[in-house]
Each structure stands twice: as C-alpha cells, then as structure tokens.
Design a protein around this ligand. Structure first.
Ligand code: PLP
Length: 367
C-alpha cells in the first residue's frame, strides 16, 4: 500500500481496476450482477444501495435488533423513505416468519425493499439470510433484499447468488483486513435494472457514472489508490485461502472464544448459541459492573482494543472481534488480555480459565 501515487487515467490503469472488480464477486459467491468500490465506508454504502434502487418516498421493511440495523433504518428515513420496523430484542436476530407475515399482508406490493443486517456487530449475532429469502419467496413478494454484510463479508459464509441478495454492502476495515476508507457494494441484475429507472436524486453515489467508467477500467473520481492496492492483496490472501476455508477458520476460532466466555462464567449478548456470530463475541458484564471500565483497563494496561457496548448496551457489554487476519495464537493473546482486564476491573474470573478452555478447543493433536 505504500506506493507513489500514480495516474489513475493512464492506459496501464484499467488492468489493475479489472483485476480487482473481477475478483471481488468471488468473495460472496456472486456470478451475476456487479461489484463496485467507492472511497467511502460501510455507512455510505447503505446510502449508495438505497439511492440507486429506491424511488423517493419508498416504503421499506426492516427488522431492528441492534445499533447497526437501527442506523440502516435511520439512513433510509433520512433519505425520505418510510420504514415499517419489526422490533426484536437486542441479542436476537431477524425473524423470517414476521418478515413473511408483513410481506404477505402487503397485498398491493407497496414495500419496495427489505433491509437486513446479516451480522449485527453491536450484539454479536448472525441472521440466517437464506431463511429470510425463503420467507420472501413464500410471501411471493417482489421487494428487493438489501443486506448489510459489513462484519460478515470476507469472514463468514456469504452466498450472494444462492440467497438471491439484491444489494450487499461492506467496508474495507473488517473481513478485508484494511484500514477504513473503501465502501464495497454488490448489486444483483434486478438491482442494476433499477439503477437506470430510479428517480432518486444522486450525485457521488450515482452508479450510472460508476458503471460507465468501470466498463473502461476507470473510476469517475480519484480512487483511493493505497487502499485499492491493499484490497488487491487482501483479495489474493482470501482467495488463496479459499472462502470456504476462511469461513471455517472463523467458525473454529469463534468456538474457542465462546468456550472462554463460558469458562469465565459470563454470558454472551446473543440470546441463543445457534445465532452467535463467528466474527465477534459480545460479552455481558455482571450486574453492578461497568463494561467501559474493562475496556479502558484493557486498552491502557494491556494494549488491547475491545469494542464498546453501543447505545442501549453502553456499559453493559464489551466486544471481542475475531475476524480477519487472525489465528488461534493471536486470539489466545487477546483472550489473555481480556482475562487480566476483567480481574483488574473487579470481575471474578479465574486467570487462565478462558485461555485454557479456548486452547482445549483449538489444540489439534496429531496434526
Ligand atoms: N454495519 C455494520 C454491521 C457495522 O458493523 C458497521 C460498522 O462497524 C457499519 C454498518 C458502518 O460501517 P462504517 O463504520 O464503515 O461506516
């Protein structure tokens, strides 16, 4: 990534653009439609997906079960859309049966899109997107399916074609293992068809300009070159490992983290084991304790950054990220840091208990 800037309008540049745009779809098993990259972040891709597919004043449907599903809804509302919200307790996931019922009740097909967060980073839960798509099919509803994959894409299994996702969004700073600064948007053929007809005013995120330029191997405005060079390498790393193996590695690592939480005698924010995320674990601190203290001690004494509890979870949870360039040994160190911070914060856990439980999961005798 540490390179001289170069002329992104040169005749040599299209080969680089094409190498990235042609490999991005493999990350989510996409064979139809297109992938786009903007100098932006995940939040911006909510907006990019919406302004290119939804006419002004559209009606949308969205389950809300954490801060990021909340912000996706807020983005749609800020753009002037009406969102029918299905409330779920934080720590739960989207309920396909409720989505089916809401769509079935919409006999005039007014609802234009379903907004779904695949992996709710605020609470550490993963929604079953295939089940949501099946629910939409049962309701025989034509709404587009817009999926936030910020903390799932490039770490968890993501089946763009099989789940018939219409828009999938992410950013560079999670599974792609890069600094923040790139927004990535995957569009299905159905979603792309909407781009042309959509009457929503749009400028920077107008995919018409992006498509015209990308077709020639260029971008409409200055691309974030350093990040694109990083993305090029991230794609090589991920595709060399293989996306099935990437997902399996995250599953394997998450099992150890969950064993550690259990050994500490703490509970996860995820309400049920079958919805617990493989890319991060949100841990609830016992009553009478403040998770912010754990996070601050971890940061200032042990040089480890834990995620904070967001919005209504502030002070109640801390989050251990386990996605990206990581293996059992790096995660062992992280769990050790968490243990020391917990003890220092006055939370009763036995030093070594979580690390020991994780190592028991991760050791591979005979290998
Ligand atoms: N969606 C989810 C699930 C996230 O975890 C995040 C950020 O962590 C976002 C959206 C927002 O992405 P960004 O911070 O890149 O704008």
């Amino acid at each position: 990534m540490h390179r001289q800037m170069e002329d992104h309008r040169s005749s040599a540049f299209p080969a680089f653009t094409r190498s990235i745009l042609s490999r991005l779809p493999h990350i989510v098993h996409q064979t139809k439609g297109e992938a786009f990259v903007f100098p932006a972040t995940g939040s911006a891709m909510w907006e990019a997906a919406l302004v290119n597919t939804m006419n002004p004043g559209s009606r949308l449907l969205a389950p809300r079960f954490g801060q990021f599903s909340h912000l996706f809804i807020q983005t749609a509302r800020a753009l002037g859309h009406t969102v029918d919200v299905i409330e779920e307790p934080w720590g739960e996931v989207a309920d396909p049966a409720k989505i089916e019922a809401a769509l079935a009740a919409d006999t005039n097909h007014e609802i234009q899109g379903v907004l779904l967060v695949h992996n709710e980073t605020a609470t550490g839960v993963t929604t079953n997107v295939a089940a949501v798509r099946a629910a939409m099919d049962r309701a025989k509803h034509p709404a587009l399916l817009l999926v936030d994959g910020v903390s799932s894409i490039a770490s968890l299994d993501f089946r763009f074609d099989d789940w018939r996702v219409d828009c999938a969004i992410t950013g560079s700073q999670k599974g792609f293992m890069l600094p923040a600064g790139l927004g990535i948007l995957y569009m299905s053929e159905q979603a792309l068809a909407r781009v042309e007809q959509c009457t929503m005013p749009r400028a920077y995120f107008d995919l018409r300009a992006m498509r015209t330029n990308n077709a020639q191997g260029y971008f409409p405005s200055t691309p974030a070159l350093s990040l694109l060079y990083g993305l090029d390498e991230a794609l090589t790393m991920l595709l060399d490992e293989g996306m099935e193996q990437v997902a399996a590695r995250h599953r394997f690592l998450a099992t150890g983290v969950r064993a550690a939480v259990n050994a500490w005698g703490l509970r996860e924010c995820a309400k049920r084991p079958d919805i617990a995320s493989d890319s991060l674990t949100a841990v609830v601190v016992p009553d009478g304790h403040d998770a912010r203290k754990v996070i601050d001690i971890a940061f200032s004494r042990y040089d480890i950054a834990l995620g904070s509890g967001l919005s209504e979870l502030a002070g109640k949870v801390f989050r251990i990220g386990h996605l990206g360039d990581m293996n059992a040994l790096t995660l062992t160190a992280a769990l050790g840091g968490v243990e020391m911070a917990l003890v220092d914060a006055g939370i009763h856990v036995t030093l070594g208990s979580g690390v020991g439980a994780a190592l028991t999961c991760w050791r591979t005798p005979g290998k």
